[in-house]
Ligand binder design. Structure first.
Ligand code: K7E
Ligand code: CUA
Length: 659
């Protein structure tokens, strides 16, 4: 066994050597893409719109980036799990609560898998959800505003990787723990891992209209690693499938010790059954403390509430809830085809791609044909559930997507390619290299019953010499292939923000008509909002000073403030009075230990400034908003601690006394 692992590892090493010697850039550029009509196919003329949105995860950037396809143009980086000084996310007073967790305020996250909400098995374009791996969380992004509006923390979890995938009517989104941990967390020796650590699979229910998340229940599984997951759909709707590895329950040197068993499992979870058990009261209530952060579009402010407990189901006590499907060693991806029949678990150290049959799985369960059990969970027989296998498809299979025309596309990390094969006949139809080491791939709507099988986007880990060098760190990238023909055609390379683990795509027409143009001032319920310049004012409360400020092309009200003292805590509550599309204003204050504010029309935001030095200090608008943008400025006079300069403020030379 060890020698097999060694030879596989040496293939890994060998192929990475091959990459480093490769002369990817120029050579590949001169064949394929440029020699065909590829340029035309990705050309979106000036002023024209792209056909698809692509939401590409930022990986270790913690964010989600919005691109157009086929052009590959970047439109926006949506701050999700990491602070963003450009948009003041995590810096202004309103959004700090979004990054609150049971571990306190966390400024960074690791985002992996975006998934778009669905109605009747089709992507509906209302929300994108995305998981955070490091401090387990799931975020919801509202696709009318393209802002993160909710983040829920997942208790009893660590390395929230098999997440965040949505069922076909957005009933649930799941979060499976990559690392098993002591549950509840406690001080115990690591070598007692086996049979003591547990793996929680969380089901988060989604509210129909608002898309709001609620931790419905957890299934407390054996101490394996839960890598990826996919909901059933169509005939398999009501089931959820999770790949596992390390069924050995090793706790050290996993690259060897978690590769002992010939097979790991896909865990098939009957969540409809789980609902029955919950209804019947067959759960235990466990104390758990987790943050639930919501951003309110009307108060323009986020708040945190605390979850205190979670309902937990024990599969050993809930017959029919979980079955194990043996799957070749250490599978990574877990994918279900648009019909719901085929479940694909790609053993990443296996020589072939295994496809399980949902129909056969049900028949084997019905006939109770089990091959033993693990921790009370029945194990099905590999042969009984096998639909077929794609032979010798490539090296290092990871993820699979579908075009809705009976074809599947699987990525191979080690042999660095996308392979197209046929569902049912399992024959390989085409293969195209990726540059280099592709992880996930994405077909718009590819996670739903209705994929838009025009393009596949390969999300690559390594680029080496594909782009101009930028020092030791070079960009990750995506590659777009046309898949309308029998053979795939490489059309475009484009760089991505952070590591593009996964992406979600959708026809632009579904979303763009709903995109908000500005926030209505009359709906602004921010507690420090002022809706006219007449209401602008400055209020002192001990050493706290609150500036109620407005901004409109091209001035602040008030613009000069005197009577601030060293040691004060000065709150700038700033409302953008504009009611027009695409007129944000920014504001920044010299020496403020925080970011600028970038305020959308109708919105209010707050930053805090602690003046430390006596003097007269300017602030200005940071966003070039009008011809007189450079005139959009003001001053604050800071006097010494204890000075009695009266608190006054002016606009248009009219001096007013503060309250
Ligand atoms: Cu990058 Cu889905 Cu986190 Cu595979 S995962 S590659
Ligand atoms: Cu307002 Cu520039």
């Amino acid at each position: 066994m060890k020698s097999i692992i060694k030879s596989i590892l040496s293939v890994v090493v060998l192929s990475s050597v091959l990459f480093s010697c490769g002369d990817g850039g120029s050579k590949n550029g001169s064949q394929g893409a440029l020699g065909s009509s590829a340029a035309e196919k990705v050309y979106v003329a000036p002023g024209e719109h792209d056909e698809f949105y692509a939401f590409i995860s930022g990986g270790f950037s913690g964010q989600l980036a919005v691109y157009g396809l086929p052009s590959g143009r970047l439109f926006k980086v949506i701050p999700v799990f990491s602070v963003d000084a450009e948009k003041a996310y995590g810096f202004n007073e309103e959004t700090k609560a979004m990054l609150m967790t049971s571990h306190g305020f966390i400024p960074w996250g690791d985002s992996h898998h975006p998934d778009i909400s669905q109605t009747a098995g089709e992507v509906d374009g209302k929300f994108v959800y995305i998981n955070e791996n490091n401090t387990p969380r799931i975020a919801k992004i509202d696709l009318t505003t393209f802002e993160t509006t909710e983040i829920i923390e997942i208790p009893n979890s660590a390395g929230n990787h098999s997440s965040s995938f949505v069922t076909e009517n957005s009933e649930y989104i799941v979060a499976g723990t990559r690392f098993s941990v002591p549950v509840p967390q406690r001080d115990m020796p690591i070598k007692e891992y086996k049979s003591n650590f547990k793996g929680a699979l969380s089901f988060i229910s989604l509210e129909k209209e608002s898309g709001e998340m609620d931790l419905a229940f957890q299934i407390m599984m054996p101490g394996f690693n839960y890598d990826l997951s996919h909901p059933g759909r169509g005939k398999s709707h009501g089931w959820f499938f999770f790949t596992t590895y390390n069924t050995e329950e090793a706790h050290t040197l996993l690259e060897v010790n978690a590769s002992q068993n010939d097979k790991d499992y896909i865990a098939a979870i009957n969540w409809k059954k789980a609902e029955e058990y919950i209804k019947a009261g067959k759960f235990k209530t466990m104390p758990a403390r987790y943050a639930h952060n919501k951003y309110d579009e009307h108060t323009h402010t986020a708040t945190t509430t605390w979850g205190k407990e979670v309902k937990v189901l024990d599969p050993a006590e809930c017959p029919g809830l979980v079955y194990f499907l043996p799957t070749p060693k250490s599978p990574h991806g877990c994918d279900v085809d648009p019909s719901g029949e085929y479940i694909i678990g790609n053993g990443k150290l296996a020589a072939e791609l295994t496809v399980h049959s949902f129909t056969k799985m049900l028949a084997a369960i019905e006939a109770e044909k089990f091959d033993g059990e693990a921790y009370g969970i029945p194990i099905l027989k590999y042969e009984d559930i096998l639909a077929g296998a794609v032979k010798q498809p490539g090296l290092g299979p990871l993820h699979t997507e579908f075009d809705g025309k009976g074809n599947a596309y699987t990525t191979f990390f080690i042999s660095s390619e996308v392979v197209k094969w046929k569902l049912g006949t399992w024959e390989v139809i085409d293969r195209k290299p990726t540059y280099y080491s592709v992880g996930h791939l994405m077909i718009p709507g590819g996670n739903s019953a209705k994929p838009y099988g025009k393009y596949v986007l390969a999300l690559n880990k390594i680029t080496k010499d594909r782009y101009l060098p930028t020092g030791p760190e070079v960009t990750q990238s995506a590659q777009l292939y046309d898949i309308t023909g029998e053979k795939m055609e490489l059309l475009l390379d484009f760089p991505t923000i952070g590591e593009p683990h996964y992406a979600a795509g959708i026809p632009a027409d579904i979303i763009k008509k709903n995109s908000k143009k500005f926030y209505r001032l009359e709906d602004n319920n921010h507690k420090y909002a002022v809706k006219t310049e007449e209401e602008a004012r400055v209020v002192r409360d001990g050493n706290e000073v609150h500036i109620y400020m407005t901004m409109i092309r091209s001035h602040f009200a008030p613009d000069n403030i005197e009577g601030i003292r060293v040691g004060d805590k000065v709150y700038f509550h700033v409302t953008n009075l504009e009611q027009d599309y695409d007129v944000p204003h920014g504001i920044s204050m010299i020496g403020a230990n925080t970011s600028e504010l970038l305020i959308m029309p109708g919105q209010t935001e707050t930053f805090v400034w602690n003046p430390k030095q006596v003097g007269v200090w300017p602030f200005y608008c940071t966003d070039f908003c009008s011809a007189l943008h450079q005139e959009m400025q003001g001053y604050i006079r800071v006097s010494a601690k204890g000075a009695n300069t009266p608190l006054t403020y002016t606009l248009d030379d009219e001096e007013l006394d503060a309250e």
